[in-house]
Design a protein around this ligand. Structure first.
Ligand SMILES: [Zn+2]
Length: 422
């Protein structure tokens, strides 16, 4: 860290951060639970005009790019590949006031403090409010960061919602330029570093009483759809031992999936989110059932191994019931490791400020996973009360947000002068 840097001076102004958080939470869909601000909605549109104005007030040059990312730029003394921070301000339906939001407001406040304290960064500093990070009705997440990473595809834009509207049309209606968004990718090694402040959305930091998490990796996700085919029979006459009940086989698979998650030697979770059976009446033994499940881990080896393990166990158990099963896997995302050197800089920044930290995995997906295509990536987590997220009860204390923003600003200043590796 440059010796002239007064890290205490980069402490955020708590009242200003609190006022921004309160003002932003006013933009919410009045007809939805919690603080709902889904991508392409009116509250989202209005709130991002407000974000752009806050960036301007903070002294940043603002643009909205073809993918609908709102970008604030603090010019550096030497230019070159930019230092980037940011997150998202869209929410899930029935969401809270912190997921994503703290990374955008914290990023703006960090840039404001860097400017106000006369701290001159060599690199341009970009604060980005990425378009639509949450999974949306078109079945895609992280649209803005995918575009910057060059992995938004015509296939994504052709996806439709339940009304038949194409994603490309929805983006256009929102004022973005989907065709240009396809070619917006910055390219590899075009970014000095990316660091994102985010709420943990899990309970580890709170349980350990530690205010800062240095993210080691973002979990990969493998999804499965298993279809079980048995035999329909009269529910009153077919003896228990002679049935080929597809729903029982599916239920057994749900428990197997849970058991495999519980037995993960590393960070690993498994979830079955949906089960269906047919014909779906009281008096017929079900002849078909489907389950939709996912597994997540930061460990690539475990995650790819689990596909094989689960497919084998589910098929074996179903076979004992005379039920056929067909398992389809969909790789949603591979695990993404955070840059070792960005992790070190975040840890040093926390140490410099005397703030305890611990390494943590991210079980949730983030824009950071896509920005990692462009240069060294890291994330700073702050605690979530009770580990709750994607619900109105989501909560992080202002003092925790202030601490996280201070670590973010200090990290950005230190990253500016650091030579980094992936
Ligand atoms: Zn988020």
């Amino acid at each position: 860290m440059p010796l002239h840097l007064n890290t205490a001076g980069l402490a955020p102004v708590a009242d200003r951060l609190a006022a921004d958080l309160a003002a932003l939470s006013e933009y919410a869909d009045p007809d939805a639970p919690g603080w709902s601000r889904e991508v392409f909605s009116e509250p989202y549109r209005a709130e991002r005009v407000w974000i752009r104005d806050r960036m301007r007030d903070a002294g940043l040059e603002t643009t909205t790019d073809a993918a609908g990312n709102v970008v604030g730029r603090l010019p550096g003394t030497h230019g070159g590949p930019p230092l980037v921070t940011g997150s998202h301000t869209d929410t899930v339906h029935g969401g809270g006031r912190f997921d994503g939001i703290v990374g955008v407001l914290g990023g703006i406040e960090a840039a404001r403090r860097i400017r106000e304290t006369g701290t001159h960064l060599a690199h341009d500093l970009l604060v980005v409010d990425f378009l639509g990070e949450e999974a949306n009705r078109f079945g895609i997440s992280c649209m803005g960061s995918r575009s910057l990473a060059g992995i938004l595809t015509p296939g994504h834009l052709a996806r439709t919602d339940s009304t038949g509207l194409r994603l490309g049309e929805a983006m256009q209606n929102f004022g973005a330029d989907p065709d240009r968004a396809l070619g917006l990718g910055w390219g590899a090694n075009t970014m000095h570093a990316y660091v994102e402040l985010h709420v943990e959305q899990g309970p580890l930091l709170e349980q350990h009483g530690i205010p800062i998490g240095v993210v080691t990796a973002i979990a990969g996700i493998e999804r499965l759809l298993a279809t079980f085919r048995g035999r329909a029979d009269h529910a009153g006459t077919m003896p228990m031992g002679q049935r080929h009940d597809a729903l029982i086989a599916a239920a057994e698979a749900v428990l197997t999936i849970e058991r495999v998650g519980c037995g993960a030697p590393v960070h690993g979770v498994t979830t079955t989110g949906r089960i269906e059976s047919s014909p779906g009446v009281y008096n017929i033994v079900p002849d078909e059932a489907k389950i939709w499940a996912e597994t997540r881990s930061v460990d690539h080896t475990w995650l790819s191994g689990v596909r094989h393990t689960l497919a084998g166990q589910i098929a074996g158990e179903a076979a004992q019931r005379g039920v056929e099963v067909d398992v389809e896997w969909l790789n949603d995302q591979d695990p993404v490791l955070a840059s070792r050197s960005v992790q070190d800089v975040i840890a040093q920044a926390a140490d410099t400020l005397g703030i305890p930290w611990m390494p943590v995995p991210s079980g949730a997906g983030h824009d950071a996973a896509h920005m990692a295509h462009l240069g060294p990536m890291g994330m700073i987590f702050i605690p979530s009360r009770g580990g709750r997220s994607h619900c109105p009860e989501e909560w992080t204390d202002l003092s925790q947000l202030v601490t996280g923003t201070h670590v973010l600003a200090t990290t950005l200043a230190q990253l500016d002068g650091s030579v980094l590796s992936p």
